[in-house]
Design a protein around this ligand. Structure first.
Ligand SMILES: *Cc1c(COP(=O)(O)O)cnc(C)c1O
Length: 385
């Protein structure tokens, strides 16, 4: 067999300027969690998102959400509603604070949280005096959720809305940028995301004083005093200046990266268009999907195969694919949490997989993926008939 490389799901894609930004850090000596790149990274991300937006750079997206939920007053006994079809990083911070998640199902148009279900859930929760304090809305795989009706329902019941935009940087909702469609949002710059600092995250808000309060907690809650004085509990959650330098170089490439990932998705759509029952995650009419990940779905009545079997078949060809996020309401660690719906997320989990989507994926490698998937599907189609 010819020498061939392993094809990963989503890898960092450097543009070349990262090294010179990092070299500048070494020249300047700012090798810690303070420094000019850190400040500039916050400003540049915020400017990219829009006027009046501010950012607080953190060591991860999970840390950003932890700080934010604490700022919003989430604590023991509280409920926080959150999408069930997501990564665990959306949920763990709820439990760090001693609060409990309530999982909400997806709708079919975008695979994000179902506004209809949210309205019903909040109405019922208000009636039984079990309203959540906060609702964390995830924008899955680069596609914005239909936030306006969800925001309206939250407003009606006094629930604070937070966007988990870890996967959607670069996406739009109508003409609004992701992470600016609620008062508070978080981003992630983890290595698998559309742009990366290798690891990192950000809290996004219009309220600058809220970010200052979280910035202090992220710096071990050090009081502005010479002696190490602490009046509150803190965390070591600040992003380092070196990683911020990488992030600044990456941010300049965001539009290019979105264009590449969308082109990859379009090629997949084209390549699988003739297979009955197979389609990509739909792009909902209200926004622009970045296609951070290309996800294909099949009609389980026509194609009887488990995602995991396809994943294994492709792995044997050195191609990494993944099932969609295992719904949080099926995770043993959250087995006590109440769930609103869940059938849509279960359905997607059992009939879809994430395909290699790196913006650096070559057309030759993508051809290999396409052949692999077509082969795996043809196999089961043949077995069924
Ligand atoms: C990646 C991710 C996070 C967590 O971000 P980290 O930077 O990895 O901590 C949170 N939510 C979602 C939906 C994610 O995909």
């Amino acid at each position: 067999m010819a020498d061939r490389s392993h094809i990963y799901l989503s890898v960092p894609h450097l543009g070349g300027a990262e090294e010179s930004f990092v070299a500048d850090v070494f020249r300047s000596g700012w090798l810690s969690s303070v420094g000019p790149h850190l400040d500039a990274f916050e400003v540049e991300v915020a400017e990219r998102l829009g006027e009046g937006i501010h950012g607080l750079a953190t060591s991860s997206g999970t840390a950003a959400l932890h700080l934010l939920l604490r700022h919003l007053g989430v604590g023991p006994g509280d409920r926080v509603a959150v999408s069930t079809l997501t990564f665990a990083g959306s949920v763990f911070p709820i439990q760090y604070l001693g609060a409990s998640p309530v999982f909400i199902d997806s709708e079919h148009a975008s695979w994000n949280m179902d506004p209809q279900l949210v309205r019903q859930y909040l109405r019922d929760a208000a009636a039984s005096n079990t309203l959540p304090k906060v609702l964390v809305l995830v924008h899955l795989y680069g596609q914005h959720a239909d936030i306006d009706p969800i925001a309206a329902a939250c407003r009606e019941h006094g629930v604070i809305l937070v966007e988990d935009a870890a996967e959607s940087l670069g996406a739009r909702y109508h003409d609004r940028e992701t992470a600016t469609t609620a008062d508070y949002s978080i981003l992630s710059f983890n290595g698998n995301k559309i742009i990366t600092c290798t690891a990192g995250g950000m809290v996004i808000a219009r309220d600058r004083s809220a970010l200052d309060r979280m910035r202090k907690w992220a710096n071990q809650a050090r009081e502005p005093a010479v002696e190490y004085l602490h009046l509150e509990l803190g965390y070591n959650y600040r992003l380092s200046n070196v990683l911020a330098a990488i992030g600044r170089a990456q941010l300049r490439l965001l539009d290019e990266r979105v264009a590449s990932r969308r082109a990859i998705a379009a090629r997949y759509a084209q390549a699988f268009g003739d297979i009955p029952g197979v389609s990509l995650q739909p792009e909902a009419p209200w926004g622009m999907h970045t296609r951070w990940l290309s996800v294909i779905q099949w009609d389980p009545d026509l194609i009887r195969v488990r995602p995991i079997d396809i994943v294994h078949a492709l792995r044997a060809q050195d191609i990494e694919t993944r099932p969609v996020w295992r719904p949080m309401h099926t995770q043993p660690v959250f087995s006590d949490a109440p769930t609103v719906g869940g059938q849509v997320a279960n359905h997607l989990y059992s009939s879809a997989i994430c395909l290699p989507s790196s913006s650096s994926l070559s057309t030759t490698d993508q051809e290999r993926v396409i052949e692999g998937i077509r082969g795996a599907l043809a196999n089961v189609l043949a077995k069924v008939t």
